[in-house]
Design a protein around this ligand. Structure first.
Ligand code: SF4
Ligand code: SF4
Length: 126
């Protein structure tokens, strides 16, 4: 199939076209951490025209010494604070954290294809 994205070390490929139909399966559902780095926090707060401290209070949870995007209850599960339910897309897409940019090619999913298949309809076994 044309347009499949592959990464070395993974036994699956990803078709980004699946995102158009999916409606944000990786941004809603079960609770999970969405880590943001200090640089990402600066970029996101600048783009939302907020002071960093205000951005942190409004959108982040402190977990140990790190920050994760807040989640809101949704449909019996959760959604990322930046997921736009009406548009069914990320409201900060251009500046989304690296963790979101690199999905589904997370080390966690290496040799763990079943879990990522359940979460993402764009996965194809190689
Ligand atoms: S779950 Fe997969 S197909 Fe759905 S939005 Fe996320 S990356 Fe795209
Ligand atoms: S920041 Fe955007 S891409 Fe990442 S989980 Fe939240 S809504 Fe999804």
């Amino acid at each position: 199939m044309l347009g499949l994205i592959k990464e070395e070390g993974f036994d699956f490929a990803f078709d980004a076209k699946a995102c158009e139909e999916c409606g944000g399966g990786c941004c809603i559902g079960e609770s999970g951490y969405i880590w943001v780095t200090p640089t990402e926090i600066k970029v996101l707060s600048r783009n939302l025209k907020l002071k960093t401290d205000d951005f942190i209070t409004k959108y982040l949870s402190k977990i140990g010494y790190r920050y994760s995007l807040k989640e809101l209850e949704f449909n019996g599960g959760f959604k990322c604070v930046f997921f736009d339910i009406e548009k069914k897309m990320c409201s900060v897409y251009e500046n989304r954290p690296k963790q979101c940019r690199t999905f589904p090619f997370w080390d966690h999913f290496k040799n763990n294809i079943r879990e990522v298949e359940e979460e993402c309809p764009g996965i194809y076994r190689l």
